[in-house]
Structure formats: structure tokens, C-alpha cells
Design a protein around this ligand. Structure first.
Ligand SMILES: Cc1cc2nc3c(=O)[nH]c(=O)nc-3n(C[C@H](O)[C@H](O)[C@H](O)COP(=O)(O)OP(=O)(O)OC[C@H]3O[C@@H](n4cnc5c(N)ncnc54)[C@H](O)[C@@H]3O)c2cc1C
Length: 463
């Protein structure tokens, strides 16, 4: 419950226009992009513009024992921004300055509300790019992306967000402002705070500035599309490409359900009778790209592709990737609820995981579209369902449990890029064991003893 004194103090720090308590408006902040999650409206929604304001708000939150939920564009897929214990939702969208692009050191410094694509556009003016590339590049913020350590289509060759963060400015749970990291390529001083806070999902501190490294833009790229009449053959082809030591920038899979749904949605000319397609892009120096594309084409054919198409123009290439980026929105149109998972396995286990997901879909009589960043083992089995159908949701829950159990038993992980949030918190013992979960909790309590920052996410309070 928000006390009038607390509200007044927030208004004093932020101005009336940046503090919202209207219940209708607050509804907007009761959910995020994650399906089938509980909803909760906050007591208040605020929009700070400076690190100092964030720190002042944290002090007020401590004084009145109000939880704080940092929020970027709320596109996360693990229930990360839902204010489950009410309190304050803190939007970072006003902190949206690109402070610097430094082509000498190949770095950029940004505020957390910068949209990823805007950073990329600024970097491109210097012949540079920022590789992390989630499907939401045009909407997701750098802060949300760093807090989730999001990945995306280029993860296979370029890694995920945690491989690009070099330092940050952060407001701690007690209101202290700290800054660490610098433009040095080598920096091993002290504990690795960057690794700890990147991917901490707003549970350990509030990020107010981020230093990232940039890469030189590749000189050339080529995209290929392999068509398969058998999804297992497509799975084997992924393993064969990696085994042959070609690391494409992107290697994505779509199964038949996804192909048909996407084609309906985007009219990209996808082969709707295919059981699976692989979408691949190689990039780098022209000579290397020509060689790698030829190797990929050969492997796709050897592994049984019935057709391999090489995009000849930028337009053809853009059409392929537009179709892939539309996989989730297209599937989401099939039924009212889209439960998207991101269980991830070592690359060699992709064929096993694809088979397992198919068996689970049959066992529980569910429609599961599978697509995703198959080259790095990060599949997105997507259950299209209806959360109003209680009986079906029970089957969905069992299917999800089994997907995670199998992924972990294959040496995989609960999340390749979407984080834990509320959605996967209950599965953590599968991967870490109870003692491991306790260590996560100890870290949370060392940074945020009163569970003020994004409570209810990742680890729960001790009973
Ligand atoms: C259609 C679709 C496609 C997607 N594709 C991908 C994909 O390919 N790869 C991928 O990895 N993800 C993907 N996502 C998930 C999502 O887009 C990413 O996780 C994204 O980076 C989240 O950014 P955001 O600004 O929306 O963060 P939000 O959802 O607003 O926040 C995410 C988390 O970060 C915390 N947070 C936000 N800002 C801060 C801050 N300044 N300080 C501390 N904590 C903060 C929040 O509390 C929350 O826990 C997809 C989502 C959708 C809906």
C-alpha cells in the first residue's frame, strides 16, 4: 500500500508528470510479453531520467518498504517485469541517450533505455555493429537486454549479451551509486561484477549506464535456405555443419507447423510442404564467405536437403530473415495463448531434443511449433494453447516440465537467453541442485537483503 508521504516524496524527486497512480493506467504495467503468468498492478509507475533520481527513489523505497520493478520495453519472456508484490514499477525509457560510440576502442556507452537497433544504427555510421540480436531489436532496451543477457539470431558465432558488456553504472539496493569497468580489453581487477550483474534480471541492482564492446561490420554475407522432408535430417545437418568447423553467424530451424503459420502471416515464399527448413547466414571477408557458403551448401545436400536456395539479392535475403523474425508473432495468431520455451542443449544434442519435443507434443496432444537458434542449441518449442482451458493448461504444464527435464538430462540448460524470472524459478533445482539454489539466494541476499529489487524473480525468499 502506497502511503501518501511516500507518494509525495516520489513526486518531489521526479515531478508529478513522471509519477502515475491512476488505476486504469497502472493496468498496462501488470503484465509483460510472457504468456500464462499471474498479473498484478503496481501501486505506482514512475519514470526517472537520471541515475541520481534512481538512487533517490531506491532510498524512498527502502524507507517505506516498497519493492521496485525495473522495466524496459517489457518484451521479456519469463515474467521478469510483473510487479508481483505490488510497489513501484520503474520505467527506464526516459534514460535513452547514446552517450558515446568510440571507434578507436570499439566501444559504446549507453543509457539503459536505448533501443538496441538505435545503438546499432549509431555504430554502423562507424563501420561497427553490436552483435546481440534478439527478435525484438527494434523495441527492446539495452538495459532489459543486459539484465536478461539476451541472445538472438547471431548467438552461434557472436555469443550473447554477456560477451559484450565491459562495465556499468548501477544503483544498489541501498541507494549507493557504483561504477566499474573501462575500455581496457584486459581487466581482471577484483571480482567480476560485470558477469554477476549482467543477467541478474533486475534482482541485484538497477543499471543506469552500460559500456559495451562493438565489432567491425563483416565485409560480406551470404544467406542460404535448406529444405528438408524430414526434421531429423535437418537436425543432423546442423550437427554436420558445426562438425565440419564452419561457424555460421546464424543457423536457424523452423518445423512444418511454424513454416506454414509464418507463410500465412508473411507470404515470404516458404516451402509449405517441407517438414523443416534451415536458414543459414555466413559472414566475414568475401573470400571466406564464398568458401563457407559452398561448404554449407554441400553439407545441406549431403545430409538430405531436397532443395538448397542461396539468396541472390539483398531483397531475397531480407525476405528470409523477415520470415524468421515473424515466427513467434505468426504462431501467436493460431490460438489465444503462446507458451514459448527456450530450453537449450549442447549442439550435438539438437537432433535428440527435436525428437523429444515431437514425442512430448504427441504424448500430451498439443500443438508445439519448434523454431529457433538451432545452431547454438537454443530451440524455442512454442506451445500454442488457450489459458482459459484449464484441462489443456494442465497438459501444457506437464509438457513444459518434461521439456526442461529432458533438456537438462541432455546436458542442457533451462534458459539459453530468456532468463528465469518467475516462469522458470521452480525448475532451478533441476540444474543447480538445492545447494546451488541456496548459493544463488545467498548472492541475492548479499546484494539486496530486504528483497526490494524485483522480488519473486529467480530465487524466492527462504521459508
Ligand atoms: C517476439 C519476441 C521475440 C524475442 N526474441 C528474442 C530473441 O531472439 N532472443 C532473446 O534473447 N530474447 C528474445 N525475446 C525476449 C526479450 O525481447 C529480451 O529479453 C529483451 O532483451 C528484453 O528487453 P526489454 O527492454 O523488453 O526488457 P524488459 O522486458 O523490460 O525487462 C527484462 C528484465 O530486465 C529487468 N530490467 C530492465 N531494465 C533494467 C535496468 N535498467 N536495470 C536492471 N534491470 C532491468 C527487468 O526487471 C526484467 O527482469 C523476444 C521477445 C519477444 C516478445
Amino acid at each position: 500500500m502506497l502511503k501518501p508521504e511516500a507518494l509525495n516524496e516520489l513526486i518531489q524527486v521526479l515531478g508529478k508528470e513522471n509519477v502515475i497512480t491512476d488505476p486504469d493506467e497502472l493496468l498496462t504495467y501488470s503484465y509483460d510479453a510472457t504468456a500464462a503468468m499471474p498479473r498484478q498492478t503496481p501501486d505506482v509507475f514512475i519514470t526517472p531520467s537520471t541515475t541520481e533520481q534512481v538512487a533517490e527513489v531506491v532510498k524512498i523505497a527502502n524507507k517505506y518498504n516498497l519493492p521496485i520493478y525495473p522495466r524496459g520495453s517489457a518484451t521479456n519472456l519469463s515474467g521478469g517485469t510483473i510487479p508481483i508484490e505490488k510497489g513501484i514499477v520503474m520505467s527506464m525509457l526516459h534514460m535513452n541517450k547514446i552517450i558515446e560510440v568510440d571507434p578507436e576502442n570499439l566501444t559504446a556507452t549507453v543509457q539503459p533505455g536505448v533501443i538496441i537497433a538505435d545503438l546499432n544504427n549509431a555504430a554502423m555510421e562507424h563501420g561497427l555493429f553490436y552483435p546481440p540480436d534478439p527478435g525484438t531489436v527494434n523495441t527492446a532496451t539495452m538495459g532489459g537486454s543486459v539484465a536478461e543477457t539476451s541472445g538472438g539470431l547471431r548467438g552461434l558465432k557472436y555469443g550473447v549479451t554477456k560477451h559484450y558488456v565491459m562495465g556499468m553504472k548501477l544503483v544498489r539496493a541501498n541507494g549507493d551509486i557504483i561504477k566499474w569497468g573501462n575500455k581496457c580489453v584486459k581487466n581482471v581487477t577484483g571480482y567480476d561484477l560485470t558477469a554477476l550483474f549482467t543477467g541478474s534480471e533486475g534482482t541485484l541492482g538497477i543499471i543506469t549506464e552500460i559500456l559495451v564492446k562493438l565489432n567491425p561490420m563483416p565485409e560480406a554475407r551470404k544467406s542460404l535456405l535448406g529444405v528438408f522432408d524430414d526434421i531429423d535430417k535437418a537436425g543432423n545437418a546442423i550437427s554436420a555443419i558445426i562438425r565440419n568447423k564452419v561457424i555460421p553467424a546464424t543457423l536457424e530451424i523452423m518445423d512444418n507447423i511454424t513454416i506454414n503459420t509464418v507463410e500465412n502471416f508473411s507470404k515470404a515464399g516458404l516451402p509449405t510442404d517441407a517438414e523443416a527448413i534451415l536458414l543459414c547466414e555466413v559472414d566475414g571477408y568475401q573470400e571466406a564467405v564464398d568458401r563457407e557458403a559452398a561448404i554449407v551448401e554441400r553439407i545441406l545436400k549431403e545430409e538430405g536437403a531436397v532443395e538448397v536456395n542461396l539468396a541472390k539479392t539483398d531483397e531475397e535475403r531480407d525476405k528470409i530473415w523477415f520470415a524468421r523474425r515473424n515466427a513467434l508473432p505468426a504462431l501467436a495468431q493460431l490460438r489465444p495463448t503462446t507458451v514459448l520455451e527456450d530450453a537449450t542443449v549442447p549442439r550435438s544434442k539438437i537432433p535428440d531434443m527435436i525428437k523429444a519435443v515431437r514425442e512430448i507434443a504427441n504424448k500430451y496432444d498439443l500443438t508445439i511449433g519448434t523454431f529457433g537458434h538451432a545452431g547454438d542449441g537454443n530451440l524455442h518449442p512454442t506451445i500454442v494453447t488457450d489459458e482459459n482451458d484449464a484441462e489443456e493448461m494442465k497438459r501444457v504444464e506437464k509438457a513444459v516440465d518434461e521439456i526442461f527435464e529432458i533438456a537438462v538430462s541432455l546436458g542442457g540448460t533451462l534458459s539459453g537467453e530468456h532468463g528465469v524470472g518467475m516462469a522458470k524459478a521452480k525448475y532451478l533445482p533441476l540444474e543447480f541442485g538445492e545447494a546451488g539454489v541456496q548459493l544463488l539466494r545467498d548472492i541475492k541476499e548479499a546484494c539486496d537483503p530486504n528483497y526490494l529489487l524485483n522480488p519473486g524473480k529467480i530465487v524466492q525468499r527462504r521459508d
